[in-house]
Design a protein around this ligand. Sequence first.
Ligand code: GCO
Ligand code: MG
Length: 395
Amino acid sequence: MKIREIEPIVLTSKEKGSATWASTMIIVRVITENGAVGYGEAVPTLRVISVYNAIKQVAKGYIGKEVEEVEKNYHEWYKQDFYLARSFESTTAVSAIDIASWDIIGKELGAPIYRLLGGKVRDRIPVYANGWYQDCVTPEDFAEKAKEVVKTGYKALKFDPFGPYYDWIDERGLREAEERVRVVREAVGNNVDILIEHHGRFNANSAIMIAKRLEKYNPGFMEEPVHHEDIIGLRKYRANTHLRVALGERLLSEKEAAFYVEEGLVNILQPDLTNIGGVTVGKSVIKIAEANDVEVAFHNAFGSIQNAVEIQLSAVTQNLYLLENFYDWFPQWKRDLVYNETPVEGGHVKVPDKPGIGVSINEKIIEQLRAEPIPLDIIEEPVWVVKGTWKNYGV
Ligand SMILES: O=C(O)[C@H](O)[C@@H](O)[C@H](O)[C@H](O)CO
Ligand SMILES: [Mg+2]
């Protein structure tokens, strides 16, 4: 089936997400010559306009191609683009089109993606909570909300306890971060995994000081402890702490993921199907991790189509640690977009059996919330921060 049309669509609403960049979704609708329709999702961040335009450019390479030939189509674009693995805009565009292609293939064959990839190894996906700590500043704020989260059945939660500290941290920052983590540990008990998000913003020395302060609370992992491209710093960090490192949300290709895994720089890999190359690249990255005793916890911070396809891949991942989950902190419209077909129950999501990405798309929501891509305003609290945890801090 030849691809006839590829349409990028920006969705946004007055009802916002828990982080600024999560308030918008960029989705892609792929239509074949015989009228089959599939959906994918791309990453918004601060680059809504450039991603929207990148999808239009990448589409030129996919229109007229056989939708089933996902491997060939990916490599054809890799060859054309030249800078593919260096361009987030291009890889997220390819990823979204690839996801939509798999959606179409699954729908044509009447099979969910997990069946096309060898079948599921589990029926329910264990998830961890993120996005739950909006407006938390004091240790008590964090403890109170953490208690509510575990009450609903979550066995793991992630948060960033470092407020507006950036690049380096001082004694006050260390003490306050420790206090937040200490009270959360006390609030949730010892059977819940506490996952520490650094958002890739510290130099190695500060990250090492943080690790030493927090190790007594047994964090499940330390995520992106140093700046993304600081491989020297990451090596230094690895040499100075035994804590497990999680990273992967900014990896843009199979080779890049292989490098981190094979160099022993990561314990828990967090590939994001919406920018690493979709299902086509994602399925082999899982295998690279598995062969090297690295667990997988897909990065899943944007929208309900990303969530749906990552549930499918989590179902086939033997070495799955957890799937990230914002679902309970999504604005309602994101749940409505997939008819709320993937709710979290008792810290798990049931793997849906519908074909393709496993959920149906509510076209009415698309028509209601479709928006022009516009530049986002730059405000003090960066787009990746869970709202209200930075600007109210008072440094
Ligand atoms: O691991 C993650 O989920 C990412 O680092 C981010 O996507 C943020 O957590 C999100 O922006 C909320 O702050
Ligand atoms: Mg992260």
